[in-house]
Ligand binder design. Structure first.
Ligand SMILES: [Zn+2]
Ligand SMILES: [Zn+2]
Length: 244
């Protein structure tokens, strides 16, 4: 007998007694649903209308087309070229990200990767990206969480859009910083200054890079990463995130 046969039976038996349930509403999932049910998926606050191309803020425009938001217009020197946020950071998406980051539901990286890949396909940005770069975590933080949430999402996105992920050793967080959520907007830029270091510039030189992260608030962290990557010779730096 092939071992795969037993594994298959074993999984079928587990599903029979412990059917997979939606992580948000606990409803039993059907064959096609994974991690969350269709109803919860449709209730996610995904960004569908016009948005600011630079920071992905949802905006209202008369013609329904994307255009720079007021904030990006007065800050023309920001390093990030394009931001694609899949969702707004509220409601069920906020709950889902909390489960992922703080309640050890690491398998949700799969779901986030699919959602981000769908959004990048819609915006057509993937054709202009050569390399995925997760925002690095300091090793003490990674040990505390057990994984780097951004790297796990990159691992899921990579085969879906056929873009490689940078090796962990090439771009690192070298300084332990206070988590940005604990600081006011003014202190965030100085807190994160020089926290990252490019260790292997050959991966970065002349590449169009997409940074990947979970949540975007002021953008200070991604701006600092972009500054380092451009300094190391990157051609452009964009940002893919689950929510903002
Ligand atoms: Zn559900
Ligand atoms: Zn903007």
């Amino acid at each position: 007998m092939i071992p795969g046969f037993f594994t298959g039976i074993w999984h079928a038996a587990i599903d029979l007694f412990y059917p997979p349930r939606c992580v948000l509403c606990e409803k039993t999932l059907t064959g096609e649903e994974k991690h969350i049910c269709g109803e919860c998926y449709h209730s996610l606050p995904l960004i569908k209308g016009p948005r600011c191309p630079k920071c992905s803020r949802p905006i209202r425009t008369r013609n329904g087309e994307d255009q720079l938001c007021g904030i990006c217009r007065i800050q023309p020197n920001r390093k990030i070229k394009i931001t694609v946020a899949a969702s707004e950071y509220q409601g069920l998406m906020k709950r889902l990200i909390h489960l992922y980051k703080y309640e050890r539901q690491q398998f949700l990286a799969d779901l986030f990767a699919r959602i981000i890949a769908e959004q990048t396909a819609k915006t057509g940005i993937a054709e202009n990206i050569d390399l995925l770069v997760p925002i690095p975590l300091h090793w003490t933080r990674k040990r505390w969480r057990g994984f780097n949430q951004a790297r796990e999402i990159c691992r899921g996105i990579s085969p879906l859009i056929n873009i490689p992920v940078i090796p962990e050793s090439a771009f690192r967080r070298v300084r332990k910083t206070t988590p940005q959520v604990q600081l006011n907007v003014a202190s965030r830029t100085s807190n994160i200054h020089n926290a990252f270091s490019v260790r292997k510039a050959k991966y970065i030189k002349d590449k169009n890079i997409a940074l990947v992260d979970d949540v975007y608030t002021t953008g200070a962290t991604s701006e600092e990463c972009a500054r380092m990557l451009l300094h190391a010779g990157a051609k452009s730096v964009s940002l893919l995130i689950i929510a903002r």
